[in-house]
Write a protein that binds this ligand. Structure first.
Ligand SMILES: [Zn+2]
Length: 374
């Protein structure tokens, strides 16, 4: 553990092939210093399914008689905006787009949504839920008293629950639409967050270790029980993220629409995506975010700031490592990218805390880094 101001190690030892640091949870290294995620990549060689497979998979749902072919979940971020662009321009689909507003979407992202839907001629509506706004203030107040990397993921508590419940509701309303397209370029957040508590490959064991680990973090810091609805919300959200093998519960959390994630099919080159989006749709990232990834919401930036403070790295290190493994960046370019992307300005935090009504000095300024669990 470091000084009160910065508990993170000053310089990190990193994988010699990608740039994952040695304190990344769930990672092991071989004698040459190559990490277990690089070895897993060599074994699996994950590949996108391809544009042809995507065209084949959406074809049965194309409907000439109806106004719309499908629903489209649009966050306004880079990947979802590009997926909408692909759906309209390449697949020639007629989507009805919607955005679930959890209260933390930056102005730039709203402008992206407005521009993309106008230029592409797509109808769009917005649905609001307030579960995240109700959770974030007490979550931050509790976290700063005993910072823990595993609890960082809960800063967006309520977002997924609100999203799932809202999407379920509108899927009933638009039940004539058979599918919902989305564009989520990086779906491994759960895996990262979970690896602070468990790395077991046995499902039963992983769930037990996860429950124990989170339970211990809550008991060590009883402020998470103020208000008592917070741990309950964590439990319910957990049911949506990891539905237990009980049919009665699965039925309640299952989506009505079939979901097709466009980004799972397309080759991933984030710089190319941003170039096309900026050129054709006037797409912009949130002004405080150096990276395009997840710049559709302010909370991922807060979470990265917390990870950086505790561990010295952020989610960007994992994302860039994936890009290096696919041969799209050299290791040196990757290191330069994370140095840029992980530079999160203090101004952002001050603005963010002011927006949710928390005083900066009394909250972040008095964070108990000496009690951090890292
Ligand atoms: Zn590696």
């Amino acid at each position: 553990m470091g000084s009160a101001g910065s508990p993170a190690p000053a310089a990190l030892t990193r994988c010699t092939r990608c740039i994952l640091p040695e304190n990344h949870p769930g990672l092991t290294f071989d004698a040459e210093g190559v990490c277990s995620q690089c070895h897993a990549h060599d074994r699996q060689r994950p590949k996108p399914r391809g544009e042809e497979a995507l065209a084949r998979d959406v074809e049965p749902y194309r409907n000439s008689g109806r106004k719309y072919d499908c629903a489209f979940g649009l966050s306004g971020g880079r990947d979802s905006t590009y997926s909408l662009y692909h759906a309209v321009k390449v697949l020639k689909l007629k989507p009805l787009a919607f955005t679930v507003d959890q209260g933390f979407i930056p102005d730039e992202t709203w402008a992206n949504i407005e521009n993309a839907t106008r230029i592409l001629g797509v109808d769009h509506f917005r649905v609001k839920h307030d579960l995240t706004e109700r959770s974030i203030k007490p979550m931050i107040k509790a976290w700063v008293r005993r910072p823990s990397p595993g609890m960082v993921t809960f800063m967006c508590l309520g977002c997924r629950l609100g999203l799932y419940q809202t999407v379920q509701k509108i899927s009933h309303q638009y039940s004539e639409l058979p599918i919902c397209l989305t564009g989520n370029g990086e779906p491994q957040e759960e895996e990262f967050a979970r690896s602070f508590y468990t790395t077991s490959s046995s499902r039963m064991r992983a769930v037990a270790e996860l429950a124990c680990g989170i339970g211990m973090d809550l008991l060590r810091n009883p402020r998470y029980f103020l208000p008592p609805s917070l741990p309950w919300r964590m439990f319910i959200e957990g049911m949506y993220v990891f539905p237990p093998p009980i049919e009665f519960i699965r039925k309640r959390v299952r989506m009505r629409w079939k979901n097709i994630d466009v980004m799972r099919y397309l080759p991933y080159d984030e710089e190319k995506l941003e170039r096309i989006l900026q050129g054709e749709l006037g797409w912009k990232r949130y002004h405080h975010a150096a990276a395009g990834w997840r710049s559709d919401c302010k909370i991922p930036l807060l979470k990265n700031l917390m990870y950086k403070k505790l561990l010295g790295f952020t989610r960007h290190d994992g994302l860039i490592s994936g890009v290096i493994r696919r041969g799209l960046l050299t290791r040196e370019e990757g290191l330069a990218r994370v140095a840029r992307d992980n530079d999160i300005p203090d101004e952002f935090l001050k603005e963010f805390l002011a927006e949710i009504g928390l005083p900066y000095e009394e909250t972040w300024g008095r964070a108990r880094w000496d009690r951090a669990r890292i």
